[in-house]
Each structure stands twice: as structure tokens, then as C-alpha cells.
Design a protein around this ligand. Structure first.
Ligand SMILES: [Zn+2]
Length: 166
């Protein structure tokens, strides 16, 4: 496995509400020019469709093609959507997509400790993924920490179970 230090979020830049499959995105990347980009495989490692299902894209052990200058040591995640009907940038994530994006990112951070989470727009003059990943991910992490603190407090109040029988 290659070294991973970044998890980078993207959008597919497809209109809000339009269901686009991972196979369609793959064809945009793999089909020969001018129809597609003529790449060896889809550029992202994971694609999250409107229903919140996580689809595997390019195998994790291969660098993706999603963030110029940062592909070698990163993982690229993409949610379907990201623009409104007039193709203007918009955070169009469905509740299912948000949940899936957070869970997938958490899982990858456990597998690749020390990896940091970013948006494509931190590395390029692009809107992708159409929101500020640092504040979005930061807010999510905060809710996790609050939940954990509440859990710990409950734990302290729990009656002492005493020594375990041998
Ligand atoms: Zn992007």
C-alpha cells in the first residue's frame, strides 16, 4: 500500500437531484478523447451516489487522478452533485450522502492514522466540492467529541461493577 497523508473530498459537478452512477463517471474519465479523458480508470477512489451508497472507484493502492500535484499520497472521495440546475456551485449533498461521506472518512482515518481531510478547493482555484471542508468536517468532529464526552460522563456515574469473578 502507498503512504496516505490526505483524504480529499470532491463533487461530481452534476446538477442537484440527478442520479449519476459510478459507471457513468468512469466513462467520462476512461473513454477516449474527445468523449472522455482517456485515463486508465476513474479518477476517484470512492463515489457516493444520492442514496448514500459508497461505490469503489480506482483501487486504493493506486494513486488517483483527482487533485493535481496531490494524487500520489491521497485518497479521492466524490459525491454525486455539487451544482444547481444552472450549474452554479452548490452543496447538494443529501442527508444520506453526508452521513456516508463522514463514515467513509472516519474509516479511512482509522486505517491511515495521521491523514488529514481536505477539499479540492484548498489545492486549486475551483469550487469543488462546493463547500468549505474544514468547517464542515470540523463541525462534524465536534459533534463526535461532544457525544464522546457525554458518554464518558455517563460512564463515571455508572455503578461500580466490582471485580470480575475469576
Ligand atoms: Zn474536485
Amino acid at each position: 500500500m502507498r503512504a496516505i497523508d490526505k483524504i480529499i473530498w470532491h463533487c461530481a459537478a452534476t446538477p442537484e437531484g440527478r442520479d449519476v452512477s459510478v459507471d457513468t463517471i468512469r466513462s467520462w474519465h476512461v473513454d477516449p478523447a474527445p468523449r472522455g479523458r482517456g485515463w486508465s480508470d476513474i479518477g476517484y477512489h470512492y463515489v457516493i451516489t444520492l442514496d448514500g451508497v459508497v461505490h469503489e472507484g480506482r483501487p486504493l493502492d493506486r494513486p488517483g487522478a483527482h487533485t493535481q500535484g496531490h494524487n500520489r499520497n491521497s485518497i479521492g472521495l466524490c459525491y454525486v452533485g455539487g451544482v444547481d440546475a444552472q450549474m452554479r456551485p452548490k452543496d447538494t449533498r443529501t442527508p444520506e450522502q453526508r452521513r456516508a461521506l463522514y463514515k467513509l472518512t472516519e474509516g479511512l482515518m482509522k486505517r491511515f492514522p495521521g491523514a488529514t481531510v481536505h477539499g479540492h478547493n484548498e489545492f486549486a482555484a475551483k469550487a469543488c466540492p462546493s463547500f468549505d471542508v474544514q468547517s464542515d468536517w470540523g463541525a462534524y468532529r465536534l459533534t463526535l467529541e461532544i457525544a464522546r464526552e457525554e458518554f464518558d460522563e455517563e460512564d463515571e456515574d455508572a455503578p461500580d461493577a466490582g471485580p470480575r469473578p475469576a
